[in-house]
Design a protein around this ligand. Structure first.
Ligand SMILES: *Cc1c(COP(=O)(O)O)cnc(C)c1O
Length: 398
């Protein structure tokens, strides 16, 4: 007997669930790339992406995943030997720093650990020490998908301004875009990268670099940028071929158009509020389970937790055993632990992550909570009794 037949649920922090509406929008014959619907859709997608990002400025669209737009962003503003300051609160900032290092950008990484947010005093101190303004850019990750911390980006801006430092503020919103509140212009972010396969509910394959005029000034002065990564023709295209640097990602664009329609129909503030509510239900369940067991949230302060992903500690080897149980017996795939303990280290088995980004509703959350609860019972993992009750209590308070 198996209980896992039926619709499977990929509850990992990206790629996320693709709605049937998006799948249907992509299910079509190959479109003409030179004229017709695709041209209009390309322009409308760019306009709505800027609306979601809260910017009146520019977006360049790339056929790339998150790693691709990491490189695209860096290659437009930083030359070899330019200095960047990376504010690391988990493995994704470290990854962006690694990409920059491979491009011969001189990276100074401040590592705040795997359970913390950015220490603003430390940032202020490092900026104050940079008297001749060698630091050209400050790189931060809004939500680090490994640790599930949500950093206070407006506070980073305030510290840079208070230091009178001219560095560009570059932010990775790949995990948080369309899930957590983000207002690019209001928050003083100069450059932001995002991708389509998380909050935007579209299969992996397109990424975005949003940038303002200050960032574009650096682009105009940069010498290393290849014609392919150059954001200028992509952001102010004469045609779709310029917008996409060649053949458009045809079906992805139709899929993304549908996903943006879904977000705008629900309303972006409502989408943000739904993510916050569903995340709180998971937190309540995990805190209740932790009353009589080893389970705990990686980020202690609720104000610093992502609404798109939750990283959980449970003690090795239970994390892996639990992930395997819910996959085999309940049709739910949870995310592996990332960045909380090194992969391969036995402690690595003591963590898992739940993705709750994009096309997620209350019954999906309760289903995952119930599956985890059953898994812990079946495996004999000690846990508080009231996880499911705690989650449903949060969801009952509309
Ligand atoms: C997923 C993710 C990335 C990497 O994206 P890929 O599409 O896997 O290359 C980078 N940063 C953050 C914060 C992410 O969540």
């Amino acid at each position: 007997m198996t209980m896992s037949s039926g619709r499977a649920y990929l509850a990992i922090p990206g790629p996320s669930v693709v709605p049937d509406r998006v799948l249907r929008a992509m299910h079509r014959a190959a479109p003409n790339i030179y004229s017709g619907a695709l041209n209009d859709v390309g322009a409308s997608v760019a306009a709505d992406l800027c609306k979601l990002a809260g910017t009146k400025h520019h977006v360049a669209i790339y056929i790339a995943n998150g790693h691709g737009v990491w490189e695209a962003a860096l290659s437009n503003v930083l030359n070899p030997d330019d200095k960047a300051l990376v504010l690391a609160t988990g493995p994704f900032a470290q990854g962006w720093a690694g990409m920059a290092g491979s491009m011969n950008i001189d990276c100074q990484v401040i590592d705040f650990g795997n359970k913390n947010t950015i220490d603003m005093e430390k940032l202020a101190q490092v900026l104050a020490e940079d008297k001749d303004h060698r630091i050209k850019a400050v790189l931060a990750v809004h939500v680090d998908t490994g640790t599930s911390v949500r950093n206070d980006i407006p506070a980073v801006r305030r510290v840079i301004d208070a230091a009178g430092h001219p560095a560009l503020l570059m932010v990775d919103c790949i995990a948080s875009f369309g899930c957590d509140v983000f207002r690019m212009d209001e928050w003083g972010v100069d450059l932001m990268v995002a991708a389509c396969q998380k909050g935007l509910m579209t299969p992996p394959g397109i990424g975005f670099v949003f940038f303002n005029d200050k960032a574009n000034d650096l682009r105009n002065a940069a010498t290393r940028t290849s014609a392919y990564w150059d954001w200028r023709p992509r952001a102010t295209p004469e045609n779709n071929s310029e917008r996409f640097g060649g053949t458009a990602p045809t079906h992805h664009i139709f899929g993304l158009r549908e996903a943006l329609d879904m977000i705008l129909e629900e309303g972006l503030p409502q989408v943000w509020a739904r993510h916050e509510k569903l995340a709180s239900a998971y937190w309540a369940a995990i805190e209740a389970w932790g009353q009589a067991g080893a389970m705990s949230l990686n980020i202690a302060d609720p104000a610093l937790r992502s609404h798109a992903v939750t990283a959980v500690s449970i003690g090795a080897p239970q994390g892996t055993a639990l992930r395997d149980w819910v996959a085999d017996h309940a049709g739910v795939t949870l995310g592996i632990g990332l960045g909380m303990a090194p992969a391969g280290d036995p402690a690595w088995h003591g963590h898992f992550r739940i993705g709750h980004m994009g096309h997620v509703n209350a019954h999906m959350v309760l289903g995952v909570v119930g599956a985890i609860d059953a898994g812990m019972k079946s495996l004999g993992i000690p846990h508080g009794r009231d996880g499911l009750i705690a989650a449903s209590t949060v969801l009952a308070r509309i």
